[in-house]
Every structure is written in structure tokens, then in C-alpha cells.
Design a protein around this ligand. Structure first.
Ligand code: CAO
Length: 485
């Protein structure tokens, strides 16, 4: 161990041997491995300025300081991590070999350090022990040597800790409120930009594992979890400063009458953040049109009569899904996604449908709609809608959509402007069909007309293509035989 102690005064811990000044090599002269081994069993207690040096960290030279956990004035415990260093093979935390108040930190982020370098000067009580270097599990051979040094010294750490009431460095213990995680997991999280303090650890003593970081990332990507930063940016209470907007109005509503304040539910918070991003980032345009569904509705009603006993009810939305698949195949850019400067065309047709649930809007996805009939789609839709309302949809049932339909047909209204569900590039809104007088060239005839509202991303789709898409959709809905052409 490379530790310079200039202890003054009497020993505080009777259990430990009196701390006669322990000499150690100067910072510029790295200690040989033998010195480390001989110093390891010693546990001592004293007070006064204490120098903490970089211990034997194996075959590491000029390793960069990538994290600094402490600052002058902090009370440091034995084995408390001071910094993390990183080489091209691994990263590891360097713990303090003594306890006391940090007077001076001799390194800063980006510095390169070696065995024996002076790290810090502490003042106060000292309990010296061989530091346990917490190394990344994935580290190569040199770190294995360090690990064995660490385990050899661990009993010393415990006895020293007992004498100064400083807990031994537990791998899962928090360091100054930092999340419990190994250096390799910290590094992994840092590379992904994952806020480690928001990840729940599943390891022993709540330690965060690599799997926890991966699961957190997946959950954020699926929209099931929101980071604090996302929530702050996405909430209606966000001040819009990032967009250069004037501040959100702050009104004391209670001044004008009685009020009741209710926090938004989890789903509303998540969907709100997604909707805001999509509304702001997509140059969206909506085309409105009408489709004549007179014959289709008659067919739907007769099909339902025929299938009364099966318990499967065919809804207009199931026909719309099939009609949309046909239109998406004819106009493939509507089934694509932007990826930087490239357009990704998907050769699968998974259709999402907006479902109104007591907790907020959810979008279950029916996979491979091109391969399924209207009856199967109806059945899956009713099962997924029920699951959504019961709050039982799994992430796999809400991901992978290539196009979305939002139907308010069962409720009412004429047209609306749905917001595109990124990274999709279009969404179809449908309202309630009504019987309307339509001119057939000779006379007005009553026809059942379905209002369509197609919102599209103008970066990918042009107005003419959108008008063609709607017109083709209308043709299919008025005569489904066209799908066969
Ligand atoms: N025109 C006229 N009637 C329609 C219709 C339409 N376009 N679409 C459905 N209906 C009728 C149905 O035939 C049914 O009538 P009957 O009970 O007499 O047969 C009734 O309206 C109720 O239909 P439904 O809404 O239960 O079924 P659906 O398949 O049309 O829709 C679902 C299912 C899950 C999409 C729907 O229940 C839902 O949640 N819609 C809301 C979606 C939403 O909130 N969108 C807005 C997103 S933006 O905030």
C-alpha cells in the first residue's frame, strides 16, 4: 500500500496499534509491490495531515481520472471511493486508505495518474488499511491481481473500520449519495447517457447491475419510463425556455374560485411528453376527405348477423385497418420512417389503434395485418382494447407499429387533426359516419359517409401523395373488391 501518514498525537482506537509515523515512498517514487503487501495487514489510527496516494492498481500506467466523488471539506471514511480511473481495459474506483476531513484534492478530472501519485491530503483521525480497489468485473488480467490484493486485505479493513466506527467499503454501499454500482456499470451507463440515480438496483444491497441499466434503457425507449429530464422538458409546466418561448403563464386559479388539484397519471405524463415532442418536431399537415361506406356498412351488419353465435363482432375499424394496409402497400412512403437523411421502408404492416382508457390514451398494435382477415383483426382488436383498459398491455403489444388509426367513430364528431406517432410518418383519424345527400350526377341520393382525416409528415410526404392516399382509401372503402385488383 502506498500511504504516507504524518500522524500527530495519540492513537484514538485502542484496538489498533499505536500509529507511529509510517514512512512511505515519495509520491514520485512508486512503491514496489512488496511494500504494498507488507503494508496491507497494518491497521492504525492517529490524527493529523494524512497523504493518500494511488495504491497498487496492477499493470496500469497513466490512467485517466474520469470521476471525482469528493471535494475539500468532505468527511471521508476509510474505503470511501475518492475517484474513478479508467484505462482502455477497465475502470476502477480508488478508495481512501484513511479517514478524515479532505483538506486538498491533488487530482482533477482528466488528470493521468500512476501508482504512488499523491491523491489527497486529509486531516483528522486516520484508520489506515490496505485500500480495496473496486475494479470492473470485465477487466482483464491486471485487475484480477488487484482483486486478490483486495480480498487479502478485507479482514484488515473490517477491523480498522470497527475501531473508528467507519463502515468497511461495501461494494453495494453508496458513496456520498452516489448510486450503488460498479465502475464498469457506471461506465456503461455513462456511455448510454443513462441517469444512474434513476435506475433501481436489483443486485445485493440495491446495487445497480448492467442488466438494470439495460432494462431501464429499454423501458425509456418503449415510452414506459420517463427520465426526470424528459419529464421536466415534456410537462405542460415546462417553461419552454429551451425553445426560446415566453414563460408558461402562472395563474393563481384559486383567486378566481374554488379549485381541486390532481396529479396527472403515469400514462398521461408519458403520452403527454411524446405528443408534445411529435407535435413540435414534425411538420405535420392534415388532409380531410369522405369515404362512401354505404355498402360496406351493410356488409358489416350482415356479417355480424351471420357470426352472431361466434361472439366476434366486426367493427368498421377492422375494415379500415385492411383498407389502410392496401393503401400503404400502394403508397409505401406512408409505411416508412425517417432515419437521419434516409427513409426506412418497412415490409411489414403492423397497425396501431388509439384506445381510450380510464388512465389515458394507449396505442395497442396489431401485428401483420396484411396476413390477417377482418374477423381475426376484430377479435385481436377487442382483446387488445380490453387489455389496454384493464392496464394489462405488455410493451411488445404497444411497439412496432408502422401506421396508426385513431377512431372516434363510436363517439362522434366530423374531422380532427391527429398527431403522428413518431417515428411513423402518418396517422389516420376517423369520425362518425353520417347519412348525407350525395349528388350522383342526376340526383341527390342518401349515402353513408365516413369522415377521414389523414395527418402526414411533410418531410416525407407531399400534399399530392396524401390526397391520392385518401382518394384510394375512399375507393377501397366504397368497394372492397378493388383490393383484389
Ligand atoms: N361511424 C359510426 N359508427 C361507428 C363508427 C363510425 N366511424 N365506428 C364505430 N362505430 C360504432 C360501432 O359500430 C359501435 O356501434 P354498435 O355498438 O351499435 O355496433 C359503436 O360505434 C361503438 O364502437 P367502438 O368504439 O366500441 O368500437 P370501434 O371498433 O369503433 O373502436 C376503439 C374501438 C378501441 C378504437 C374505441 O373504443 C376507442 O377507444 N376509441 C377512441 C380512440 C381515441 O380516443 N382516439 C383519439 C385519439 S387522440 O386523443
Amino acid at each position: 500500500m502506498v500511504l504516507v501518514l504524518e500522524a500527530e498525537g495519540a492513537a484514538v482506537a485502542p484496538a489498533a496499534p499505536a500509529a507511529a509515523p509510517v514512512t512511505a515512498p515519495a509520491a514520485s517514487a512508486p512503491a514496489p509491490a512488496a511494500a504494498v503487501a507488507s503494508a496491507a495487514p497494518a491497521a492504525s489510527a492517529a490524527s493529523g495531515p494524512i497523504e493518500v496516494h494511488v495504491p497498487d492498481i496492477g499493470d496500469f500506467k497513466d490512467v485517466a481520472v474520469i470521476e471525482v466523488f469528493v471535494k475539500p471539506g468532505d468527511t471521508i471514511k476509510v474505503e470511501q471511493s475518492l475517484i474513478t480511473v479508467e484505462s482502455d481495459k477497465a475502470s476502477m474506483e480508488i478508495p481512501s486508505s484513511a479517514a478524515g476531513v479532505l483538506k486538498e484534492l491533488k487530482v482533477k478530472l482528466g488528470d493521468k495518474v500512476n501508482i504512488g501519485d499523491l491523491l489527497a491530503i486529509l486531516e483528522g483521525t486516520v484508520a489506515a488499511a490496505a485500500p480495496v480497489v473496486s475494479a470492473a468485473a470485465s477487466a482483464a488480467a491486471p485487475v484480477a491481481a488487484v482483486a486478490s490484493t483486495a480480498s487479502a486485505a478485507s479482514s484488515t479493513v473490517v477491523s480498522a473500520a470497527a475501531s473508528v466506527a467507519a463502515p468497511a467499503h461495501a461494494p453495494g454501499a453508496s458513496t456520498l449519495g452516489l448510486p450503488h454500482a460498479s465502475p464498469s456499470v457506471r461506465k456503461f451507463a455513462r456511455e448510454l447517457g443513462v441517469p444512474l440515480e434513476e435506475v433501481k438496483g436489483s443486485g445485493s444491497k440495491g446495487r445497480i447491475t448492467q442488466d438494470d441499466v439495460q432494462a431501464f434503457t429499454k423501458s425509456v425507449m418503449a415510452g414506459a419510463t420517463q427520465t426526470k429530464a424528459q419529464a421536466a422538458k415534456g410537462s405542460g409546466g415546462g417553461d419552454g425556455a429551451a425553445l426560446g418561448l415566453i414563460p408558461w403563464p402562472k395563474v393563481d386559479f384559486a383567486k378566481f374560485g374554488p379549485i381541486e388539484r390532481k396529479e396527472l397519471g403515469r400514462i398521461k405524463k408519458i403520452s403527454g411528453a411524446n405528443l408534445l415532442r411529435n407535435a413540435i418536431m414534425i411538420p405535420a399537415v392534415t388532409n380531410h376527405d369522405d369515404a362512401d361506406i354505404t355498402e360496406l356498412e351493410a356488409f358489416r351488419v350482415s356479417t355480424n348477423k351471420e357470426n352472431e353465435k361466434s361472439g366476434i363482432k366486426v367493427t368498421m375499424l377492422a375494415f379500415l385497418i385492411k383498407a389502410c394496409v392496401a393503401a400503404l402497400k400502394k403508397y409505401p412512403e406512408f409505411n416508412s420512417s425517417l432515419d437521419g437523411d434516409a427513409l426506412v421502408y418497412k415490409n411489414y404492416w403492423h397497425i396501431g389503434f388509439a384506445a381510450d382508457t380510464p388512465n389515458g390514451l394507449m396505442v395497442p398494435v396489431i401485428k401483420d395485418c396484411d396476413k390477417k382477415g377482418v374477423l381475426q383483426i376484430s377479435q385481436e382488436m377487442s382483446e387488445l382494447a380490453k387489455k389496454a383498459r384493464d392496464g394489462k398491455l405488455g410493451p411488445a403489444e404497444m411497439t412496432g407499429a408502422t401506421f396508426t388509426i385513431s377512431s372516434l367513430g363510436g363517439i362522434g364528431g366530423k374531422y380532427f387533426t391527429p398527431i403522428i406517432n413518431a417515428p411513423e410518418v402518418a396517422i389516420l383519424g376517423v369520425c362518425k359516419s353520417t347519412m348525407e345527400p350525395v349528388w350522383d350526377g342526376k340526383q341527390f341520393v342518401p349515402r353513408l359517409m365516413l369522415p377521414l382525416s389523414l395527418t402526414w409528415d411533410h418531410r416525407v410526404i407531399d400534399g399530392a401523395a396524401a390526397a391520392r392516399f385518401n382518394a384510394y382509401l375512399g375507393q377501397i372503402l366504397s368497394d372492397f373488391r378493388r383490393v383484389l385488383l
